[in-house]
Design a protein around this ligand. Structure first.
Ligand SMILES: [Zn+2]
Length: 428
C-alpha cells in the first residue's frame, strides 16, 4: 500500500548547524566535519583513540593519508544508522556511492567545492525542510569563544533558522570563571547577588523576542531530577560558590545543586511567561562515558506535575526509555514528544515508537523530525531516513487497516509540519 509523503514539507525541530558563513569560510574539510560527532562515537567505541580522532580531523594533514588510517575502523561501523546517514548524503548530494580509498579524494573535493553561500538553502530544499529550530554550536569551533552566549544570535542564512535560548548555559554553573564569562557577555552591569543574576536571566528572555524555544541540555552533566530549593537556599549556594575564595569548590555537584535547581525552576517560569516551549534533552547522551541514568525522562515528572501552563518538549524519543517517554505524552497535556535524533539512533526503534504513538497519543503532540547535526550533510541524510521510515510505518498502518491512506497522509502532515509550526513559528 504505497504512501507518498515526499511533497510534505518538514519543519526540523532541532539542529546544531553552524552558521553558513562559518561553514563556507572555514569548516569544509570532509573529515573535520564528519568526525565531529555521532559516527565519531561509533568509531571511538570501536577502538579508535581520541588522539587519533583529533589527528583525523586535522585539515592540515593529507586527506588520503588520514583515510588510510581511518578505513579499518570505518568498516566496523558502516552498518550503523550514523554511517547510513552519511552514506545517503554522499550519494544524493555529491554522487559518491560510498566512501573508500578510491573515492575519498574526490569526495573531499566535492564537499569543499560545494561549501559556497546558498549551500544550506539548497540542501534544505532537496530534503524538503522548510526551516529548522537551531541551537547553534558555533562556539565549538571558535577559539575565542566570543559566540558562546545563551542569547540567540541572528540567523545565517536568514529566514531558514529559528534560534533557541541556550537555557543550559544559564543554569549550569561549571566554574566561577565560566559563570563570570557568561555574565560579562550578557551584560555590562556586574552581578553581586542571586537577585542580580535572576534579573540578568529575565533580560535574556526580554532581549530574545525572536527566540523559538528555550533548549535545556543539562542531562549531559547532571540529573534531570530537581529538588525544590527556596530562594534562601539558592542564595546561600550562590554566595558560597560564586564568591568563594576557593573556586575549585564548584566542582562539587552537591554544593551547586540548590542553585542549579532553583535556576531550573526559574527558567521554566520565565519560558512560560514568555510563551516559549522548553526543549529538554532526555535519553541517550552523545559521546562515550557518561551517566545515562541522569537522562531518564521519568525524572521530570515532578516538574511536569507542577508547571501545568508550561509547554515541555521532550527530546530524542527518550531512548532507550521510549515507552516511558510515550507514557509521559499520554499522561501530561503539557508534554510534547519529539523524535529528533531518533532516526539515526535506530530507525527500527523509531518505527516502533511511531507505531505506538499513533495508537496512544493525540496527533498534535508529536513532532517527527529533528536532524540534530552540526553539518548540513548529516541533516540531509537523517531527513531521508526519517521520510523512509515514517512512510514505512504509515504503510504498515494502512495495511493493518488502522488508517485509511488519507488519514495516514494527514497524520504525516501533522507530525512533520503542522505541530512544529504550532509550537515554534510565531503566529502573527
Ligand atoms: Zn541536540
Amino acid at each position: 500500500m504505497p504512501i507518498d509523503i515526499s511533497n510534505i514539507p518538514m519543519i526540523d525541530t532541532h539542529e546544531h548547524l553552524v552558521d553558513e558563513s562559518f561553514r563556507v569560510s572555514r569548516e569544509n574539510d570532509i573529515l573535520s566535519m564528519f568526525l565531529r560527532h555521532y559516527i565519531t562515537t561509533d568509531l571511538a567505541n570501536a577502538g579508535l583513540s581520541n588522539g587519533k580522532i583529533q589527528e583525523l580531523r586535522d585539515p592540515g594533514r593529507p586527506l588520503e593519508k588520514r583515510w588510510v588510517y581511518l578505513e579499518p575502523f570505518w568498516r566496523k561501523v558502516t552498518h550503523t544508522a550514523y554511517a547510513r546517514a552519511l552514506t545517503i548524503a554522499m550519494r544524493d548530494l555529491y554522487d559518491i556511492p560510498c566512501l573508500d580509498q578510491e573515492t575519498i579524494a574526490e569526495a573531499g573535493r566535492r564537499v569543499t567545492d560545494a561549501s559556497q553561500p546558498g549551500l544550506y538553502r539548497k540542501v534544505f530544499h532537496k530534503a524538503g525542510i522548510e526551516s529548522a529550530v537551531v541551537h547553534d554550536l558555533d562556539s565549538l569551533y571558535d577559539e575565542n569563544k566570543t559566540w558562546n552566549t545563551p542569547l540567540p544570535r541572528p540567523s545565517d542564512p536568514p529566514g531558514l533558522f529559528m534560534k533557541v535560548i541556550k537555557g543550559s548555559d544559564l543554569l549550569h554553573i561549571r566554574s566561577q570563571t565560566a559563570f563570570f564569562d557568561t555574565v560579562t557577555r550578557l551584560s555590562e552591569s556586574p552581578v553581586h547577588s542571586l537577585q542580580d543574576y535572576l534579573d540578568l536571566v529575565d533580560s535574556v528572555f526580554t532581549r530574545s523576542p525572536a527566540a523559538a524555544a528555550v533548549k535545556i541540555g543539562h542531562a549531559y552533566s547532571r540529573t534531570l531530577a530537581s529538588t525544590r530549593p527556596t530562594f534562601h537556599e539558592a542564595e546561600q549556594a550562590f554566595n558560597q560558590l560564586i564568591f568563594s575564595a576557593q573556586p575549585e569548590e564548584l566542582a562539587s555537584g552537591a554544593a551547586v545543586r540548590p542553585l542549579e535547581d532553583y535556576l531550573w525552576h526559574y527558567i521554566i517560569q520565565q519560558a512560560t511567561l514568555h510563551n516559549l516551549p522548553i526543549q529538554i534533552h532526555t535519553g541517550l547522551l552523545e559521546g562515550s562515558y557518561n551517566n545515562l541514568d541522569n537522562a531518564n525522562p521519568r525524572h521530570l515528572i515532578p516538574l511536569l506535575m507542577e508547571y501545568k501552563e508550561a509547554r515541555f518538549v521532550l527530546f530524542h524519543g527518550g531512548y532507550p526509555w521510549t515507552r516511558d517517554f510515550i507514557a509521559l505524552g499520554k499522561m501530561f497535556p503539557n508534554v510534547w514528544l519529539d523524535m529528533c535524533w531518533m532516526w539515526v539512533i535506530s530507525p527500527r526503534a523509531g518505527r516502533g515508537m511511531l507505531h505506538e504513538m499513533i495508537e496512544t497519543l493525540p496527533q498534535n503532540k508529536v513532532t517527527a523530525f529533528g536532524g540534530d547535526y552540526i553539518f548540513v550533510e548529516g541533516t540531509y541524510g537523517h531527513s531521508v531516513l526519517a521520510r523512509q521510515n515514517i512512510t514505512r510505518v504509515l504503510e504498515e498502518k494502512v495495511t493493518e487497516g488502522w488508517f485509511s491512506e488519507d488519514e495516514a497522509c494527514q497524520y504525516a502532515q501533522a507530525v512533520m509540519y503542522d505541530n512544529a509550526r504550532q509550537l515554534y513559528v510565531k503566529q502573527v
